[in-house]
Ligand binder design. Structure first.
Ligand code: SAM
Length: 306
């Protein structure tokens, strides 16, 4: 296991495999990468860099995008990642549009868990948030993910004031199933005006869940996150913004679609390019040194006030 300068162990990685997406969500933070690039890693390059991270103690890999399912070789990528010795958990975050057809193949390729973005159950609101998406496809994708045995199926609901804040109860009711966890997510600031208009503080909702919950699981190593178990439903609340606790418990390194280590979602000035050296013949040891440099660059973005 490797620790950064702030004593935080590195346990997980979040790897973007493409910047392309088949939706265009109004709030999207694009995993902190806003400049467009058409460069993508091959499945072999993804496997190689994941292996280097895993040799340093990382055990959990989350695949993201853009939209990971738009890559025709996504199952090969999952297979290559899940076959690396030492990988204990492979998950993916997807908008679910193409999931209906792919859920079973993904499971067979070694995917363990899945997060599906589902902010609303109203087709018109869905269309507005995603700039044209079809809610029905995603709903069918969720069912297929459950059927395929991906566990848990997490539904990511970014809560926005005046858009879907009145839908939380219905979402919890609708997906009151043992296999499903609903993640209520506070909006991350990517645009000041948008954030000011739509940010919805989840503190009151969390207090309410606390009162109603039959059981509360505190996930100490998941940024202190709590899981509330209600009548048949499981709900988590994620508050990344202005949250020093969130940063204090961060155990994740990010990898961009064009092959850079990215120590923090909120920063773009401390990334480390490994794909260019890899394509120029860098050895595993040289890539390992770049990984260690990225770990050295890690610093909590939201710091504790003393
Ligand atoms: N397309 C995939 C998806 O929909 O999951 C992967 C990429 S998407 C950027 C990953 C997750 O980030 C989604 O669950 C999305 O809801 C969340 N996300 C994007 N922008 C956000 C923001 N501004 N605030 C909070 N969460 C955000």
């Amino acid at each position: 296991m490797i620790y950064d300068r702030y004593g935080r162990p590195l346990k997980s990685m979040r790897i973007s495999i493409t910047q392309k997406c088949n939706l265009d969500c109004i709030y999207c933070h694009r995993e902190g990468v806003f400049e467009k690039t058409y460069k993508e890693m091959t499945p072999e390059e993804i496997q190689r860099i994941t292996r280097i991270c895993v040799q340093n103690g990382i055990k959990k890999v989350k695949i993201t995008g853009g939209e990971p399912l738009v890559r025709a070789d996504v199952c090969e990528i999952v297979e290559r990642i899940s076959s690396i010795e030492g990988v204990e958990d492979v998950s993916m975050t997807t908008n679910g549009v193409l999931l209906e057809k792919l859920a079973e193949d993904l499971k067979n390729s070694g995917l363990d868990r899945i997060n599906i973005s589902l902010d609303t159950l109203r087709p018109e609101t869905f269309k507005w948030i995603t700039r044209g998406g079809d809610l029905e496809k995603v709903v069918r994708g969720v069912d297929k993910a459950v059927e395929a045995g991906l566990r848990p199926v997490k539904l990511n609901m970014v809560v926005m004031k005046g858009v879907n804040d009145d839908e939380i109860e219905q979402m919890v009711k609708e997906y009151s199933r043992e296999e499903v966890v609903i993640q209520l997510i506070e909006l991350v600031d990517t645009d000041k005006a948008f954030f000011a208009k739509y940010f919805y503080d989840l503190d009151d909702i969390e207090r309410d869940l606390q009162k109603k919950a039959k059981n509360v699981v505190i996930r100490r190593f998941m940024q202190g996150r709590r899981k509330y178990i209600l009548n048949g439903s499981r709900v988590e609340v994620i508050k990344p913004m202005h949250n020093s606790e969130f940063c204090a418990h961060c155990t994740r390194i990010r990898i961009t679609a064009d092959g850079k280590f990215k120590p923090c979602l909120m920063r773009s000035d401390n990334t480390i390019d490994f794909l260019t050296p890899a394509r120029n013949g860098a050895t595993d040891e040289e890539l390992n040194q770049l990984f260690l440099k990225a770990v050295e660059n890690r610093a909590p973005y939201f710091k504790k006030k003393i």
